[in-house]
Design a protein around this ligand. Structure first.
Ligand code: ZN
Length: 321
């Protein structure tokens, strides 16, 4: 009898431990399905994420997906780094910084290709004309920062010829209209918004001086991948499919974007014209260009190598099917 009680207790403990094990990398819904929580900022660069959610309404076979909105990159990164969300659509440099700090993340797909415009006050033909003036970027750890630095180099200017300031994306068009800055470069649709509101004009397109520059990526926490491998696999497959559909830029994409951001269709028309979503693989050669720039600018001391950040297992498998 005593032995039976002991066995029951032992089995109960085992079950409890098994449950803890299951939930280590994912939250669970009422029906016991894992919930994949993905953080985002309302930007057109995250179109595959939004369209995927719009198509499936968060219900996938065997799991659910919840999108969690953030107002700033630092808030989003804090949630990602502490495990309050399982993944995010995020600037690749922020993901690199987290991995450098020891957070186990993997970049599993791009958010988009190209689609960054440097916007200036009207009537400015070259960045040389705004020497000594302020130019806004969203974050030190951003492709926008690197693009600005690249353009300055190509124009024969020094990094400190321009006063580089950090501003929240939504504030940039306003700051330009008030003359607090002479230009900005940021994730879309804020560049397009500046044009649509007739505040500024395009000083340069990223693809004209740095084609295929990477910007946003979809990252997942490694603890989520380890304990929910099939979920990660299926989700990336649906994300890549949504990317292909997003690239058609049809009415469904507009509906999806309107679910997540309050932007007029005319602004989206301009914004989407600049961006492509059809090939979301992260290639080593392009990653290495970013890595070199990050080191040249001394933004990080030991940023992750391609192999330390990028996990192509999911996107490679998605492409085979
Ligand atoms: Zn982006």
């Amino acid at each position: 009898m005593f032995l039976k009680k002991k066995m029951t207790l032992f089995i109960s403990l085992l079950l409890l431990l098994a449950n803890i094990g299951c939930s280590a990398g994912a939250n669970e819904g009422e029906n016991g399905k894992p919930i994949l929580k993905i953080g985002y900022l309302p930007i057109t660069h995250a179109s595959p994420l939004f369209l995927n959610q719009h198509i499936h309404d968060g219900e996938h076979e065997g799991y659910e997906v919840e999108l969690v909105k953030f107002g700033s990159w630092p808030d989003l990164m804090d949630a990602l780094n502490t495990g309050r969300i399982d993944g995010a659509s995020v600037l690749i440099q922020l993901a690199m910084k987290s991995v450098e700090k020891g957070i186990d993340l993997s970049a599993v797909a791009l958010g988009h290709q190209d689609g960054n415009a440097l916007i200036s006050a009207k009537g400015i033909d070259s960045i040389q004309e705004i020497k000594g003036e302020s130019f806004a970027i969203p974050h030190t750890y951003s492709t926008h920062h690197l693009l600005l630095q690249e353009l300055l180099t190509l124009e024969g200017m020094d990094y400190d010829d321009i006063d580089i300031v950090e501003l929240p994306p939504a504030e940039m068009p306003v700051a330009l209209s008030e003359g607090r800055i002479e230009g900005y470069v940021v994730a879309e649709p804020f560049g397009a918004l500046g044009l649509h509101l007739d505040i500024g004009e395009v000083l340069a397109f990223s693809e004209d001086f740095w084609p295929d520059s990477y910007c946003c990526v979809l990252v997942l926490r490694d603890d989520f991948i380890d304990s929910n491998f099939e979920v990660a696999e299926d989700y990336v497959k649906s994300y890549v499919e949504a990317g292909k559909k997003a690239d058609e830029k049809g009415s469904e994409l507009y509906e999806a974007l309107q679910d997540y951001m309050k932007v007029e269709d005319e602004t989206l028309d301009i914004s989407l014209e600049w961006i492509t979503f059809d090939n979301l693989s992260i290639e080593k050669a392009e990653y290495d260009k970013i890595l070199k720039k990050v080191m040249d600018l001394e933004l990080m001391e030991s940023p992750p190598t391609y192999g330390e950040l990028v996990d192509n297992r999911f996107i490679d498998r998605a492409k085979l099917e």
